[in-house]
Design a binder for this molecule. Structure first.
Ligand code: SIN
Length: 292
């Protein structure tokens, strides 16, 4: 036993972890308790932390190999977020701050739609860890959805409709709806660029099945006529995004929130564009997506 204690959010997912200082090495015993809590609660919050990028990276690396920052984020960062050279490949800056006329990070102040991080890649990250350095007085809350529960409560007809089916995860737009450099607007969703994944995935650690939707814009279920794909996707999204599967994080400086990107989706509320919000994010390399 350690001094660490866990307080579940009381919602479908999420728990606070108390009694651990992430600026110091986490013992194997503490880590085992954190890993077990993560498996149960899917999203963990460590409040009141004061960590630098190296400490964020060191804690993140306990969960697996660090993933490189997305290329688009690497471009945005050139605006001057001031990351050390050994940190820049591994820490994504998410920020509304503009310095010398250039954004220092990605994703600005707008709403981010429900999504799984980087599911447009063949190997989406296993986990994301987001650390709050500056937060606006209001807005910019981040909500999470339990995609195990969404799958387990699917109406039978919908379960049958997606049985064995795969879906395209759009790589042309980010979660703020911005068109990425080098891509064109999608006219026919059956030709959306991006990775194709099973709609139901088997979680490699828990062995449980989760709905794996990625993001709604430009999604397409392979093998179906486009209008039928749209109807099924609309029904899936209406089901999966119900409040009963959700928990919302209201950020305070020093919060580190980590989520299991294999069975959790998230979205962010917009906030006033002039307000400052600065987050540093690490990600863990994922496994191949296996159909459930
Ligand atoms: C993200 O989608 O990883 C960023 C979420 C946020 O800015 O709260």
């Amino acid at each position: 036993m350690t001094d660490l204690w866990i307080r579940p959010s009381g919602a479908a997912l999420g728990a606070d972890i108390h009694g651990v200082d992430l600026s110091r090495p986490v013992s194997d015993a503490q880590f085992a308790e954190i890993a077990e809590a993560w498996k149960i609660h899917l999203v963990l919050r460590f409040s009141g932390q004061r960590i630098d990028d190296h400490q964020l990276m060191a804690f993140s690396a306990r969960f697996g190999e660090l993933d490189r920052v997305p290329i688009a984020a690497a471009h945005a960062e050139r605006g001057g977020a001031g990351l050390a050279p050994d940190v820049a490949p591994w820490v994504t800056v998410i920020s509304s701050i503009v310095q010398d006329g250039r954004p220092i990070g990605g994703l600005g102040a707008s709403e981010l739609v429900w999504h799984t991080d980087m599911s447009y890649n063949p190997l989406p990250p296993r986990a994301s860890l987001l650390y709050a350095i500056e937060v606006p007085p209001s807005g910019g809350d981040t909500s999470f959805l339990d995609m195990y529960a969404a799958y387990e409560t699917l109406p039978a007809a919908l379960r049958t409709a997606i049985d064995g089916r795969t879906c395209i995860h759009d790589s042309s737009h980010n979660s703020a709806g911005e068109l990425r450099k080098g891509f064109q607007e999608t006219i026919d969703v059956s030709r959306t660029p991006g990775a194709v994944h099973p709609l139901v995935r088997l979680h490699p650690a828990s062995g449980r099945k989760a709905l794996f939707l990625g993001r709604r814009p430009n999604a397409y279920i392979h093998g179906l006529p486009v209008d039928e794909s749209e109807t099924v996707l609309d029904a899936l999204w209406a089901h999966a995004t119900q409040e009963r599967f959700a928990w919302t994080q209201k950020w305070r400086i020093g919060d580190l929130v980590m989520w299991d990107n294999r069975c959790v989706m998230h979205r962010r509320d917009a906030f006033e564009p002039g307000l400052r919000r600065l987050m540093h994010r690490t990600q863990i390399v994922g496994e191949p997506v296996v159909a459930g």
